[in-house]
Design a protein around this ligand. Structure first.
Ligand code: HEC
Ligand code: HEC
Length: 235
């Protein structure tokens, strides 16, 4: 009991998690990770699958290293969204890592592809940028980093499936305008800076329109070589 009080006093989920369920005080709700992320699930879904709000992103199945980098970025203001900045301000890094691990392990199915109102030409332009890039404008294929199946790579590159066009274009905009930054060298900033508004609309519509692949897990670290260095994906 004393130990339990100390554990609660420390506020470190890490220790409490390693306790067998029988050590729990009677009448207390179960101290599981699912219970602890309840503050997050109204916006991200129970399993991190996202919600009907077009701006709340899916978290499930993204590499834990990627999710952890984002939580650190919200905590220290490198990435800005006030509700999340406040929520994470006083949480310890080990707790952020546990939440990242929890959402990385979830495997809810991908949503049905988003309906969209763009033309065939726009989707075709998106497909070209994602699959081949535009060498004349030094834009690498998105798939060269996000993977041929767009499911990302451990530890730092997220998959791009199951996201809605509004979320994708707002993130690309945030990099172009400097309100989202990643570890240096910030390769996504370099990519986003080369995209026009029309490119952003096209890639966002195309990505949100992809059918779910059979395997949605990220590729293992080092599965392919990136076209240029990313601070989030150390060698
Ligand atoms: C009020 C709604 C809300 C709550 C509550 C919330 N989030 Fe978020 N979260 C968002 C939005 C919106 C974004 C995208 C913000 C942006 O970059 O503009 C986001 C982004 C994220 C990202 C980055 C996703 C990515 O793919 O880059 C992670 C990780 C995350 N949230 C985890 C959490 C965790 C863990 C909690 C609970 C401690 C939480 N969120 C609570 C709305 C919320
Ligand atoms: C050189 C490698 C590289 C290329 C090329 C690249 N990306 Fe990325 N991308 C990354 C990395 C690394 C991250 C994670 C950055 C971080 O840690 O926040 C990322 C993150 C993203 C995110 C954020 C996802 C989320 O859940 O919030 C989007 C959207 C994105 N990339 C879209 C694109 C698109 C569209 C293209 C092609 C036009 C592209 N990327 C090309 C490396 C790359």
């Amino acid at each position: 009991m004393l130990l339990r009080v100390i554990i609660i006093g420390l506020g470190l989920g890490f220790f409490a998690l390693t306790f067998p369920v029988s050590a729990q005080a009677p009448g207390q709700p179960p101290d599981t990770m699912a219970a602890r992320v309840e503050a997050c699930t109204p916006c991200h879904g129970n399993q991190g699958q996202g919600t009907s709000d077009v701006y709340f992103p899916r978290l499930a199945g993204k590499p834990a290293g990627y999710l952890y980098n984002q939580l650190l970025a919200f905590k220290n203001g490198r990435r800005k969204y006030p509700p999340m900045n406040y929520l994470l301000e006083y949480l310890g890094d080990p707790y952020l890592q546990e939440m990242a691990d929890y959402f990385a392990e979830q495997r809810p199915p991908l949503p049905a592809p988003a309906a969209n109102d763009v033309s065939k030409e726009v989707l075709q332009h998106g497909q070209t940028l994602v699959g081949r890039g535009d060498p004349a404008r030094q834009i690498p294929a998105c798939g060269s980093c996000h993977g041929p199946g767009l499911t990302g790579m451990e530890p730092g590159i997220p998959g791009l499936l199951g996201l809605r066009p509004n979320y994708i274009s707002s993130q690309l905009g945030a990099w172009r305008y400097g309100t989202r930054t990643a570890k240096s060298p910030d390769c996504m900033q370099q990519v986003a800076a080369r995209l026009t508004e029309a490119d952003v609309t096209a890639v966002a519509a195309y990505l949100a329109n992809r059918p779910a692949p059979v395997a949605i897990a990220p590729a293992p670290k080092g599965a392919y070589v990136l076209p240029f260095a990313c601070g989030s994906e150390p060698d």
